[in-house]
Ligand binder design. Structure first.
Ligand SMILES: Cc1cc2nc3c(=O)[nH]c(=O)nc-3n(C[C@H](O)[C@H](O)[C@H](O)COP(=O)(O)OP(=O)(O)OC[C@H]3O[C@@H](n4cnc5c(N)ncnc54)[C@H](O)[C@@H]3O)c2cc1C
Length: 420
């Protein structure tokens, strides 16, 4: 007789998606093991939160800790045109309560992710760091039954669970190995980023505002004020544009773009660049399936779109909370068949597809929010809601209005469970 699994759930990856799934499952009383390759706190990009991150943070019981943290409060977003002209800051409290949803944060991910992972442990999840998952184990019926891991000292071990949750972020562990990883038909940008210290920032409610500064027809900058007088600065565009004239060095790419952008040049001139320059590409992707017998995907391992509009962490936490509840219900019913995760997959894909339409419109030179709102003033609220991360809703009226300016992508038929 095969021995019974050691855990109810194994979660691969201790980022926001994995930590939130594990916290919810542990809270429900399940035996959960989180396997994380790195030693936390570890560096990660993805520092700007959006208002609807509030719901999952509240569900996890983390709002008081966030409010007491030193993270820079964020109340809005501002867009800067290529000529340096900027929009009025666009504040979330015009739509939501300023004491809850309308105030969010610019975080340092090393600290934020560490807080989430420690929280999962405090709820009863077993967390093992510096453990690399090498492969998925299969039972005789070919369902995933756990993982093979390697510890820091080189020792390897097989660990078993009733369900394995892939929360490996851009590694997309399962979808890479199972041949499910698919590119987005159009999104394929490169991002380069670094940090500045001592550069000027706005004051009052606008202090923590994210600025998105356009590069005409090519891409955009992020300017994210953080605590400790630090500003996260990144540029996102097509690789062939950033590397034109043979430029390969991320610092040279960044310096050239800053020099050509009046707003960024002016706002960084008196600051000092600190730390490394980072570069990443090929981050936009989807998983053809979101679950299979014994396996469920969450966060970036399920799909990742694009850094613009900062939806990644919100979606990672939202999928973690939804997955935690769905797995709990399945464990309680003693039925872990993949079909049980169909609703979870539909909910996450709906959020992704809403955001994806807005991202496609943003990158289309024929589109501007200003023109949209001039023609359809009533679209302003729907755009605010979408940008704030209220993505689990029907926005067909907004998409019909945006569709008057640009062609929007059809929904992708991905993410449903593979039933057997
Ligand atoms: C350039 C850029 C800018 C971005 N900016 C923003 C932003 O401003 N706001 C925002 O919300 N989002 C942003 N994002 C997206 C955000 O970074 C991600 O959506 C978010 O980190 C996803 O969380 P996750 O838990 O799914 O994955 P991750 O946070 O990546 O966590 C995955 C974890 O899995 C671990 N792991 C991987 N493989 C293994 C393995 N084999 N064994 C054990 N552990 C493993 C990793 O070490 C990691 O800790 C940005 C992304 C990019 C590329």
């Amino acid at each position: 007789m095969p021995s019974s699994p050691s855990y109810d759930a194994i979660v691969i990856g201790g980022g926001p998606a994995g930590a939130s799934t594990a916290a919810i499952l542990a809270e429900h009383g399940h035996r959960v093991l989180v396997l994380e390759r790195e030693k936390f706190p570890r560096y990660h990009i993805g520092e700007s939160l959006i208002p609807f991150t509030f719901g999952p943070l509240e569900r996890l019981g983390l709002v008081p800790l966030m409010k007491a943290s030193h993270f820079q409060k964020k109340f809005g977003v501002m867009f800067v045109q290529p000529d340096g002209k900027r929009s009025q800051p666009f504040y979330f409290h015009t739509r939501y309560d300023i004491d809850t949803v309308a105030q969010t944060w610019q975080v340092l991910r090393s600290e934020f992710d560490d807080m989430l992972l420690r929280h999962a442990a405090s709820r009863g999840a077993e967390v093992r760091e510096e453990v690399t998952v090498l492969s998925l184990l299969r039972d005789p019926a070919h369902a995933v039954s756990g993982v093979r891991v390697r510890y820091r000292d080189g020792r390897e071990e097989d660990l078993t669970a009733r369900i394995t949750i892939d929360a490996t972020g851009k590694e997309a562990f399962a979808s890479n190995r199972l041949g499910w990883r698919l590119p987005d038909p159009k999104l394929n940008k490169v991002a380069v980023w670094t940090y500045y210290q001592g550069a000027p920032r706005q004051s009052g409610l606008a202090e923590g505002t994210t600025t998105v500064a356009a590069i005409p027809e090519k891409g955009w900058f992020w300017h994210i004020p953080q605590h400790g007088d630090r500003i996260s600065v990144g540029v996102v565009a097509e690789g062939k544009y950033l590397s034109r004239d043979g430029v390969r060095d991320p610092k040279a790419m960044m310096d050239r773009e800053i020099a050509q952008n009046p707003w960024m040049r002016e706002h960084l001139a008196s600051g000092t660049q600190v730390g490394e320059y980072w570069i990443t590409s090929e981050y936009s992707r989807h998983s053809q399936y979101g679950a299979a017998p014994g396996l469920l995907l969450v966060g970036d391992a399920f799909a990742f779109l694009d850094p613009v509009f900062s939806s990644g962490v919100m979606l990672a936490l939202k999928s973690g909370v939804l997955a935690g509840d769905a797995v709990h219900a399945a464990l309680a019913a003693d039925d872990l068949s993949p079909a049980r995760f169909a609703d979870y997959a539909v909910a996450i894909r709906q959020s992704l597809e809403n955001m994806r339409k807005l991202v496609y419109a943003f990158y289309d030179p024929q589109f501007s929010f200003k023109d949209l709102i001039m023609r359809f003033p009533e679209a302003a609220d729907a755009v605010t809601d979408c940008l704030s991360g209220d993505l689990g809703r029907d926005y067909s009226t907004l998409w019909a209005q945006v569709g008057e300016f640009v062609t929007l992508p059809a929904d992708l038929p991905y993410g449903a469970p593979l039933l057997a």
